[in-house]
Design a protein around this ligand. Structure first.
Ligand SMILES: [Zn+2]
Ligand SMILES: [Zn+2]
Length: 185
């Protein structure tokens, strides 16, 4: 068990099944997504399972791909995993944002790094919003695509693309949260 509390945005190696011997197949990297107030005070954390790019994952607004250079990995921790019989392949992969889980902090075996790319975090947050349907078309009730500008059914516009940096955001914003310029297409 780790002495420090996990921090939102950190990546841990987690044991997801009841520990019986060393069930390696049931352990994997996860991204901590619960807020830090909860992370500091509750025995439970919320996290998103991660998977390697080679494992076949359906394309979808809830599966967010990442590249290795968007993470900061702790090499000593990767070595530690290897010494304990776990294999973490440093490679590109996918955050499975429709498979958010809650689990005891005791399932967090080792901190192995964090997501360093702020735009990637934003994408993950959008995928969570989509997964939970917190952002759905007011007319149709269907979840809005995280990267779509309009409702795919009724065509009502909900987002715009910043002409300065290209990021996509809600039309309720008057300026781009990423680059700060007041521009929209
Ligand atoms: Zn609609
Ligand atoms: Zn921008």
């Amino acid at each position: 068990m780790n002495l420090d509390n996990p921090v939102r945005g950190e990546i841990y190696w987690a044991n997801l099944e009841p520990v019986k011997g060393s069930e390696q197949g049931r352990s994997r990297p996860v991204l901590i997504i619960s807020n830090n107030l909860m992370n500091n005070s509750a025995p439970i954390v919320l996290f998103i399972p991660m998977t390697r790019a080679e494992e076949k994952v359906k394309a979808g607004p809830f599966n967010i791909s990442y590249e290795l250079n968007q993470l900061v990995l702790i090499e000593d921790a990767i070595d530690y995993l290897r010494q304990n019989g776990y294999y973490f392949a440093p490679s590109n992969g996918v955050f499975l944002c429709n498979q958010v889980r809650a689990a005891s902090k005791q399932r967090l075996f080792k901190r192995i790094g964090k997501v360093s790319d702020r735009m990637l975090i934003k994408k993950i947050e959008n995928a969570l919003i989509h997964s939970f349907a917190f952002d759905a078309c007011e007319k149709c009730g269907i979840p809005l695509r995280t990267d779509g500008l309009v409702c795919i059914k009724c065509n009502t516009q909900y987002r715009f693309k910043c002409i300065n940096c290209g990021c996509i955001q809600s039309i309720s914003h008057n300026f781009c949260y990423n680059c700060g310029k007041g521009v929209r297409e």
